[in-house]
Write a protein of this length. Sequence first.
Length: 253
Amino acid sequence: MSILSFDNVSYQYPSEDFDIIDRLSLSVEPGSFHCIIGISGCGKSTIFRMTNGLLQPKTGNICVNGNPITGQNHYCGYMPQKDMLFPWKTIGENLALPLEIQRKYSKAEQRELIDAALADVGLDGCRDKRPDELSGGMRQRAAFARTMLTGSDLLLLDEPFSALDFLTRISMQEWLLDQWQRHKKTILFITHDVEEAVFLSSSVLVVEETPIHSLREIPVPMKYPRTRQDLTRPEIVELREQLVDMLRKQVVV
């Protein structure tokens, strides 16, 4: 069974006169890692906003684990581009939010889960720090830990590394792959960085046109675990150029 499925889903923004998502059908298998790429404004984030319930489809059905998302709670975790950590709260207090929403853990249990999550992402000892005491990469790891504490098997990551400097970004990519391989979550990851998409994905989902009728799935011929040296392999260089060319054809100068 697919963990996520769209069945003839359409969406139209009130300010537009067309459906940016037009009868889209897709399925995502449990434990997979897919990056979604497409030009700016093509509707990638709209797919996420409908999946997490922030937007209601005009038509069609969205299901997680075979059940409509309407009425489900805590079925996916969402991590946007900015870390969205509340600056007036400690890191521990920020991570407590999804646990408080679930209303099934005592304060002592929350503290235990938060400490374990922080240790898991390499932030042991940061529970009582404020977000402005951490680097950009550390804040993103804290935001990821908070997303993991939703308890969801489906994680939606919307350009989470785009604001980071180059070296921090590639370090976070390697770190995320390690997290994925250890926790076996299903990850959908939006990015504008073709190399990032190739390095992370088992297959890349390409938005070829707007309105979005379908996502073209292109497998990445690299086994896990991966290193950045794999990106220099001829078939990977060729794939990267193929993806860049697909996106450039959509850009109107």
